[in-house]
Each structure stands twice: as C-alpha cells, then as structure tokens.
Design a protein. Structure first.
Length: 432
C-alpha cells in the first residue's frame, strides 16, 4: 500500500507542475527589445567601422610622414656636390730681354750654374807601330786668396808641382778675387807637362805659380790638380790611322753628350728650369787623351764638361707676368708651358759660361706663354659650405681667378650644398 501512495504522490506532483507560456503582452516587449538591441549593435558596428577607418587613416599619415622623414634623412646622409672650376687663363706673346744674377737671395731674377763632368773611353785596335812622344795632361783649380781683385794669367803660365816638375796652362784665364766673406775665388784650367814622358804622369798635386816666386802672391795664389795627370809617354806605340781615330773621336763625343745630358736632366733641382739652349757642352779635341795598351791597342779617353744655367721658375714666372700683365696684383700664377719657351743667351756670356766663370747673364725669352691663375681651393670650399644653390654665382664673383664654374648637387631635389667639405668634390681644370 505504501508503494501505491508514493506513486500517487509523484503523479500528483507532475500534474501540478505549472507550464511556462508566453503572455500575449510579452511578445511586443520582446520584439522591442530585439529591435533595440539590433539597432544598438548596428550603431556600434558603424561607429566601430568609422573608428577603424580613422585609425587606418591615421596610420597612413604616420607612415607617409615617417617615409618623408626617412627620405629627408637619407638624402642628407647622401648629400653630395661636385664643383667644376675653369681657372682664369691668358696667352701672351713674349720677346723679353732679361738679366739674372748668380745665386741671388733677393727677389730679383736669379740663376744657379750646374756643372757636370764625365768621361767616355773607347778602345781601338792598332794595325802598326810608331814612335810616340806625348806630354801628360790634366786639370787644375787655381785659387786666389791674395785679394778681392781678379788675377789674369797668360797662356803657358808655368806651374811647379809638389813633385818638383813644371807644367803649363793651356789657355789664358782670369782667377776671380776673394768674396766679401774672404772665400778665395777660383777657376779651372787645363795644364800639360813641360816635357814628354811618363815621369810627368801623377796622382793629384799641389802647385805654385813660378812667376810669383819671391812675391807675396806665391803662397796666396796657388793651384791643386783635379784628378790625376795622365798621358805622358815616349817610345814605340800602336799606330791607328787618322780616319779610324777621327771616327772613334766622333763616337766618343756623341756618347759623352748623351751621358752628360742624362745626368743633367736627372739632377735638376725642384723649382728650377734648365732650358734646352741653356746647356753648354765642352768636349773639344783638347780634352782627348790616349793610352797605349800592351795588347797592341789604344784607349782614347774624352773628358767632357756640361755647364747649365738653372733659372728659378717662380721668380721667372713672376717676372714674365709682371712685365706682360697690366695691373698685376701679385696673384698666385704659373706658366705650364714655360719650358717650351725659347731661351737664347747673349754672345758676351757664352765664353764665361763655358769656363764656369760667370756672375751675371743677359738672355732673351720668346714664344707664347700661357699664364694660368691658381685658385685657393680650401677657401672656396669653406665659402660654399651649407650655402644655397642660388647663391653659388654670387660667391664666384668674389674670386677673380675663376673664369667659370659648374655646380651639380645630388640628390637633384636638394637646394643647398653639404655642410662638410668632405662631401664637396672640387675639380679645377688646370692645363698641363
């Protein structure tokens, strides 16, 4: 019975459970809620889309600004400029008579004398023998420590050597006097033995002038040989025909000329000019000596001397420009073709140049000289730093040494030059 009662209670409970139903009044309220909710969602979505659009727009603006800033920074980083300058130039026709002093320390035109000596040998096979009587020869330097007045010496002036033998001068000469510092004047001269024979051959000697013996000049005007004294011989010697000997001498002169010119060219000091016609070679037959060999041959020896006039290039340039350009202001100039001008020494100076005894020279320069004005590149670079492109021509007006100039800036849109000199490349079209 209890079991049935429990079943009845469960049934009753199930029957009394209320059933949920939607009231007719609740339906419009629910729809209204759904509509309102839908409208709010739509409004929210629209606002979201608008906000997203504004965000994207802002991002694009930031990107563009960043890109512009990046390009600006990049362009400044790679900012370069090339300045090409054509300096002022002028051609002038020259026919100038000029004078120069030797070793002058003043601003006047000056010159130095280049003296170079060399020797060339040639062996000739002999085809016969002959009796030979040869006098030894050499070179001496005669010094004047007696006074500031020059001392003339006649040809065949007798010199007594420290070996007790007599030698004579080959030419007439003049020994310069002492200078203001009491340094003895000097001159070179060729000598020969008073007699033939090998006994006059010698190592370098000291000499006194026989004619000054028992006078104050005897110890004050003296000589010393420059190199050995050679060539003295008496006896049988290999014989060479005159034609063969003449050919050998010409060959010696040609070879010696080439050797001396090569030496002179290699020894030109920086800042000096050695014009082609300012070179004087002394290789005459009086400088030829012969030595007889045991193998039936003869050695011909030719001694040569080159005297060259070295002119100070800077002083010569200023002299030319000062004489040919009206109102020359002392600007820095140069003449690129100055060595191509024609140099000619006056006849009165030729003998003294050959002897190496010269204090002043007169000469003529002719030809067309190209005068080029130099530019102070560092100053121009400094003046151009960070300047606007439109100011370029105005800056050039401050430089009369410039004929024309071009400016190229990269990137092309930049309107100002770099602020550092390392970013400005300057090309000056100096003629060579």
């Amino acid at each position: 019975m209890s079991k049935n009662l429990l079943q009845d209670m469960v049934k009753i409970k199930r029957l009394n459970r209320p059933t949920q139903m939607t009231s007719p009044k609740e339906i419009p309220l629910e729809r209204e809620f759904l509509v309102k909710n839908s409208t709010q969602n739509n409004t929210h979505n629209v606002r979201g889309r608008q906000e997203n659009s504004r965000t994207r727009h802002t991002l694009w603006i930031v990107v563009i600004i960043s890109l512009v800033f990046f390009l600006f920074t990049l362009s400044n980083l790679f900012l370069k400029a090339v300045v090409t300058v054509n300096p002022k130039m002028k051609n002038v026709s020259l026919n100038e008579n000029l004078s120069a002093r030797k070793d002058s320390n003043t601003d006047d035109l000056s010159f130095n004398l280049m003296v170079i000596e060399s020797v060339e040998n040639k062996i000739i096979k002999a085809n016969s023998e002959k009796d030979v009587s040869e006098k030894a020869t050499g070179t001496v330097v005669i010094y004047n420590a007696f006074s500031s007045s020059s001392q003339p010496l006649s040809i065949d002036t007798r010199l007594i050597g420290s070996n007790g033998k007599i030698y004579k001068t080959k030419i007439k000469t003049v020994v310069p006097g002492m200078d203001k510092k009491r340094i003895p004047g000097s001159v070179e001269v060729k000598i020969y033995a008073s007699e033939a024979g090998a006994q006059y051959n010698s190592i370098p000697l000291d000499f006194n002038i026989v004619g000054f013996k028992e006078t104050p000049k005897y110890l004050k005007i003296y000589a010393r040989s420059k190199g050995e004294i050679t060539g003295g011989f008496v006896g049988k010697a290999p014989a060479v025909s005159e034609a063969e000997q003449a050919t050998a001498i010409n060959d010696l002169k040609t070879a010696l000329h080439v050797k001396l010119l090569q030496k002179a060219t290699s020894q030109i000091p920086t800042g000096f000019i050695l014009f082609k016609n300012a070179i004087f070679l002394n290789t005459d037959d009086s400088n030829i000596s012969s030595t007889y060999n045991k193998d039936n041959s003869m050695t011909l020896t030719l001694k040569g001397t080159l005297n060259g006039i070295l002119l100070d290039e800077q002083k010569l340039t200023k002299k030319i420009v000062g004489d040919t350009i009206d109102k020359y202001d002392g600007s820095n100039v140069y003449i690129p073709n100055i060595r191509a001008l024609t140099f000619s020494l006056s006849n009165s100076n030729r003998d003294s140049i050959s002897l190496g005894n010269v204090g002043n020279i007169d000469f003529n320069l002719s030809g067309v000289a190209k005068i080029v004005w130099k530019l102070d590149e560092n100053k121009l670079l400094t003046d151009l730093l960070s300047k606007s492109k439109k100011d370029f021509n105005q800056i050039l007006l401050q430089y009369p040494n410039i004929d024309s100039a071009d400016l190229v800036i990269s990137p092309f849109w930049k309107i100002s030059l770099p602020g550092k000199t390392k970013n400005i490349k300057m090309i000056v079209n100096y003629p060579k």
